[in-house]
Design a protein around this ligand. Structure first.
Ligand code: UT7
Length: 323
């Protein structure tokens, strides 16, 4: 039994905020952001949030796959910015789509979320319990960045990507293998504290929490851990990097992707990029990129691609997919 991606979709809010727009309201510049990160603009939601973006991406993925909402058995949404504590983003999307035969829930692995969700979906599909699934990576980080912290707020954007998957009994294509990992000992280098809850007994008032990051620590972790993970993944699948058409990496920083390419001794031609247009959309970067490649006709039957991500937790993971 293999889990095959049969359709993709992605969505970002229409409002584009350029580096120059940010430079008008804070002490930064297009030059600093562009040279340190590769980002030129990001999409920011001016109202509706995670559920809206996720549902739009999901509708496009269903259309691409030719699947009706009632045919979905399971929805897993990867997000750390669900609109509500509950219900989950997945259940809300289920409601919007009218996917009455599905079960839905969220997974939380920050920027590695889509990899964790797809890996989880693959495990469930292999049990034979589900036939058709919807995996979503979505984040609305603009609502949790500290807009007075220029070292983090310029990096992030909002967006969603989705993939429809189907369990297939035969054939070579599909998810071939996966690796996921976490190291909670390093949890403090990238955090978004939970909203402080109100407390009746102490009189504590609810307060929002914001993203805080030791950027260079995350940078060092990513350029070491991701190549190790990809190498271990390929070794277990007896596959050579030469057989991999694209390494579809989490879009956090152009320089991180360059360093990973260097460590893996591959050309940047193998690493598609769109960080210039979206910034870091956390759990959405990988499925948005996958959808763009799919729609541009750059993925052909038999192509092998590796999806790899890293992020808060700290978490990381990689999946080998035969298209
Ligand atoms: O999805 C995973 C989440 N995050 C990441 O993957 C991020 C990983 N880290 C990074 O991408 C990089 O560490 C950053 C892009 C966040 C920062 O780049 P850096 O080369 O590590 O810069 P830095 O933090 O060392 O800052 C260098 C300088 C500092 O000024 P001084 O102390 O040298 O005078 C900062 O104050 O750049 C300054 N700076 C800025 N200047 C203009 C920091 N942010 C900005 C800004 N505009 N937005």
């Amino acid at each position: 039994m293999k889990t095959v991606i049969i359709g993709t979709g992605s969505f970002a809010p229409p409002r584009v905020v350029t580096n120059d727009d940010l430079a008008e309201v804070m002490d930064t510049s297009d030059e600093w952001i562009r040279t340190r990160t590769g980002i030129e603009q990001r999409h920011i939601s001016d109202g509706p949030g995670t559920t809206w973006m996720a549902a739009e991406a999901a509708k496009l993925a269903l259309k691409d796959a030719g699947v009706e909402p009632e045919d979905i058995d399971i929805i897993i949404a990867a997000t750390t910015t669900a609109d509500n504590c509950f219900p989950s983003a997945a259940c809300e999307v289920q409601g919007i789509l009218g996917a009455g035969n599905a079960v839905g829930y969220d997974v939380s692995a920050a920027c590695s979320g889509f990899i964790f969700a797809l890996h989880t979906m693959d495990g469930l599909m292999r049990t034979g319990a589900y036939e058709t699934g919807l995996v979503i990576g979505v984040d609305n980080l603009s609502k949790v960045v500290d807009w007075s912290d220029r070292s983090t707020c310029v990096l992030f954007g909002d967006g969603a990507g989705a993939a429809v998957v189907r369990a297939c009994e035969d054939g070579d294509r599909g998810l071939l293998c996966g690796r996921i990992g976490s190291d909670g000992r390093k949890a403090s280098v990238l955090t978004c504290q939970a909203r402080t809850m109100g407390n009746l007994l102490t009189g504590t008032k609810p307060e929002p929490g914001y993203i805080a990051m030791e950027g260079q620590e995350v940078f060092k972790f990513a350029v070491k851990k991701v190549p190790e993970c990809v190498e271990s993944l390929l070794k277990s699948a007896d596959t050579d990097m030469g057989e991999v058409k694209y390494l579809i990496l989490h879009q956090a920083n152009y320089r991180i992707c360059e360093s990973i390419a260097k460590r893996l001794k591959i050309s940047m031609d193998k690493i598609p990029m769109n960080i210039d247009r979206y910034g870091n959309t956390s759990g959405a970067t990988i499925p948005i990129l996958l959808d763009e490649l799919n729609r541009q006709g750059k993925l052909h039957r038999g192509d092998r691609v590796v999806l790899a991500g890293f992020g808060a937790g700290l978490t990381w993971g990689a999946l080998l997919v035969e298209w």
